[in-house]
Design a protein around this ligand. Structure first.
Ligand code: ACO
Length: 323
């Protein structure tokens, strides 16, 4: 029997505090104009002191459960994509599991930096298809503000905090127009790990470290690899790119979104962008953008949607689904 896993609900959480570009201009040698022109970012949300990644992820999970009309007890798998866990261990997913009052099933973290949500779609889809868990919470949650070097203008202007979550449910309805994840495809190439990394960690430095990036080089690789993985994913699924209604990219830079759309000859109006409001929230950015487009009525049930992301590692991936 063919099984198709569908998104039953989606929810987000953004910290209350909004930091506009102007505030950064007081901290480093930058300007609102430069940040907007080079990235498209106007503002980002920043977690309050003491507010952790699990706090953000827990609230997004509650919102996703509410959207799906489900209770925490209905969930038997939690996957939390994050590169900014509360602690080195235990997994942030188990902290969220405990806060949701779930004492059955399994919970674990997944680390693929900004591609974490896409890796999560791939892994969750496979685990549900394998027949174990029935309903999963896939969460992307980050507090990147905690690993930024606030004196480095090349990176501190780019990121924000936030969380997004989806409930993914096993469905026996495998009709061709039924909702569900049709295909996903993930990639990585560790040769490029030094272009985007954090200079600390438990084993190497016994510190948390700060994000370091060769922005220009990352930009070029991102455009090339994202366009290719989108082509590959669509081809593997047997769906022409022209048949896809909406594209929900990882939100790193408006110019990357534009360059990819141009390369693939995609109508820019079908590319969801929230980078202006949220900046780069790493593994949270794709569900945050998808949620926005569902809320404002652009993405509707039955639409064909492609998700994609690129991040440190390098890691990258795409997923095609019928919402
Ligand atoms: N304000 C003002 N000037 C700045 C700033 C700033 N915030 N940051 C850099 N500059 C300066 C540089 O110093 C440089 O000055 P110089 O010419 O005197 O040397 C000039 O601006 C141009 O710098 P570039 O790095 O060439 O600028 P670019 O147009 O490439 O934009 C940016 C930089 C925004 C970082 C861009 O390269 C980018 O978005 N890269 C990709 C980031 C990304 O995609 N990350 C994805 C994954 S993230 C993850 O996985 C965690």
């Amino acid at each position: 029997m063919i099984v198709r896993n569908a998104i039953a609900g989606i929810g987000i959480y953004l910290p209350d505090r909004v930091m506009p570009n102007m505030e950064l201009a007081d901290m480093v040698d930058t300007s609102d104009v430069w940040i907007k022109e080079r990235t498209g970012i106007s503002q980002r949300h920043i977690a309050a002191e003491g507010q952790t990644t699990s706090d953000l992820g827990y609230r997004a999970a509650l919102a996703a459960l509410d959207d799906a009309g489900l209770e925490p007890s209905d969930i038997d798998l939690i996957v939390c994509a994050t590169s900014t866990p509360d602690l080195t261990f235990p997994a942030t997913a188990t902290i969220i599991q405990e806060r949701l009052g779930i004492h059955h099933g399994a919970a674990f973290d997944l680390q693929a930096v900004c591609s974490g949500f896409l890796y999560g779609v791939n892994v969750t889809d496979a685990l549900l298809k394998a027949g174990g868990p029935k309903r999963a919470l896939l969460i992307g949650a980050e507090t990147f503000s905690r690993i930024l070097d606030w004196e480095d203008r090349g990176t501190c202007v780019l990121f924000g905090d936030g969380a997004g979550a989806v409930v993914i449910e096993r469905s026996d309805d495998a009709e061709s127009d039924a909702p569900g994840i049709l295909h996903s495809y993930i990639r990585s190439d560790g040769r490029y790990r030094d272009m985007l990394y954090v200079d600390g960690g438990p084993s190497q430095t016994q510190t948390v470290g700060h994000l370091r990036m060769q922005g220009n080089a990352v930009f070029k690789h991102a455009v090339t690899e994202i366009a290719q993985v989108m082509r590959d994913c669509a081809e593997q699924a047997g769906v022409p790119i022209e048949d896809i209604d909406w594209f929900v990219p990882h939100q790193a830079n408006q110019r990357i979104l534009q360059a990819v759309a141009k390369k693939l000859k995609i109508d820019p109006d079908t590319v969801i962008s929230t980078v202006a409001m949220h900046a780069n929230t790493s593994s949270a950015s794709v569900p945050l953008a998808m949620h926005q487009a569902i809320q404002d009525g652009r993405i509707e049930r039955g639409d064909m949607v492609m998700l994609e992301a690129f991040g440190g590692g390098f890691t990258w991936g795409a997923a095609l689904l019928r919402y």
